[in-house]
Design a protein around this ligand. Structure first.
Ligand code: PLP
Length: 398
């Protein structure tokens, strides 16, 4: 089918939740490249919103999906699943978690985390402790509870009244957090590096203070690492930058390289609150998803892709840093590893992104001023050089 026919069909039959999309349809991909229907190659520096960590058509992922699909796609968690047990073991052995539960998306993993924190206190005899503190500008998903947890009006307004008792505080302000805690607070939930709202990292000092406050007041600390986890920031998990550990950790996006999956990971003391019947999922953790995730996670670990993310990120920050003074349109370049945001001094992010697309570079934006860069973790220095050159060319043009 031609692109214009696909667009026509989409407009007629698909709900209009995405509006006018970027006018391209991809037929296949390899490594850093995506190919459209006419065979044009595009450099993928957005990874389908931080998902394709191994790039496209990585043989480890393709083989894991194909081989497992030939044997068994699904059987439900009514039965023991070898791939599920193996994947849970791999995550536990490489993270601060003791137990894992598999869901199908980031929002679902976060729902599982919210439920778990509330249940923990209910089972301890404190049913009134169900309030959760989250951060302004956060993003936690699109279900009703995760919209309420999200700290952005634009996602919440259409769905008010919201699920109650998610209280918001600004990021990197320990005093505001301390003041927001009350006798009903059960958890604090935050992204170590906020992604969707424009790449805002929590500071080291803030994270120390958050952990300390949680310990002092007996509050569960939940890190939403749906976007910043799994090597993206230059360490396997975002929390590893801060010398502290959360009690609950959620993962999704890159975990199965594009096969839908989310993971709820927790320390034993809180995981124990989930008893038979308390939580579940029809698809979550099926053999196919787990085999795909096993391939992705093993490759990230064995090929040291977190280190590559750290090196490529450092290279980008260093190189762009040198050009910053020459290009007053660049206000700030921030982030960690390969979770990068360029903030412009003018509302030109969408214009820049459009021009980058014309140069066959795929990136994303946040609001009017921020360009987001989330390449696959396999990106090379040559790829990064190419991107920097094109970004600077586009800025020259503007
Ligand atoms: C930090 C964070 N949490 C949760 C989500 C929601 O994940 P999903 O779209 O898989 O439900 C996202 C998605 O962008 C995210 O960035």
């Amino acid at each position: 089918m031609k692109l214009d026919e696909i667009i026509k069909k989409d407009k007629k039959y698909f709900m209009n939740t995405y509006g006018d999309r970027v006018p391209v349809c991809f037929s296949h991909g390899e490594g850093m490249l995506l190919y459209d229907l006419d065979g044009n190659a595009y450099h993928d520096f957005f990874s389908g919103i931080a998902v394709s960590a191994l790039g496209h058509s990585h043989p480890a992922l393709v083989d894991a999906i194909c081989e497992q699909a030939k044997k068994l796609v699904h059987c439900s968690s009514l039965y023991y699943i070898e791939q599920q047990a193996n994947l849970a073991e791999l995550i536990v052995n490489n993270s601060c978690a003791d137990k894992v539960f598999f869901a199908n998306s980031g929002a679902e993993a976060n729902e599982g985390a919210i439920k778990l924190a509330r249940l923990y206190f209910k089972k301890k005899g404190f049913p009134e402790r169900f309030e959760i503190i989250t951060l302004d500008k956060s993003f936690h998903g699109r279900t009703l509870a995760t919209i309420a947890a999200t700290g952005q009006d634009k996602y919440q307004k259409p769905y008010s009244p919201l699920t109650p008792k998610f209280n918001k505080v600004p990021i990197n302000d320990p005093k505001a957090l301390e003041e927001a805690i009350n006798e009903n607070t059960c958890a604090i939930m935050l992204e170590p590096i906020q992604g969707e709202s424009g790449v805002n990292p929590a500071t080291y000092e803030y994270m120390q203070a958050v952990r300390e406050l949680c310990d002092k007041k007996g509050i569960i600390l939940i890190f939403d690492e749906v976007q910043c986890g799994l090597g993206r920031t230059g360490k396997l998990f975002g929390y590893q930058h801060y010398g502290i550990e959360p009690d609950i950790l959620t993962l999704a996006k890159a975990i199965a390289g594009g096969f839908p999956m989310g993971a709820l990971c927790a320390k034993d003391f809180v995981a124990q609150a989930y008893e038979p019947g308390d939580h579940g999922s029809t698809f979550g953790g099926n053999p196919l998803a787990c085999n795909a995730a096993m391939a992705v996670l093993s490759t990230i670990i064995n090929d040291n892709l977190s280190e590559n993310a750290a090196r490529m990120g450092d290279f980008f920050f260093e190189t762009m840093g040198k050009f910053k003074d020459k290009y007053p349109l660049i206000k700030e370049v921030r982030g960690k590893g390969l979770m990068i945001g360029i903030e412009f001094s003018e509302p030109i992010a969408k214009q820049v992104n459009k021009k980058l697309f014309e140069h066959k570079y795929l990136l994303g934006t946040s609001g009017e001023n921020i360009l987001r860069i989330l390449p696959p973790l396999i990106v090379t220095k040559d790829d990064m050089d190419g991107l920097i050159k094109v970004v600077l060319d586009v800025l020259e043009d503007i």
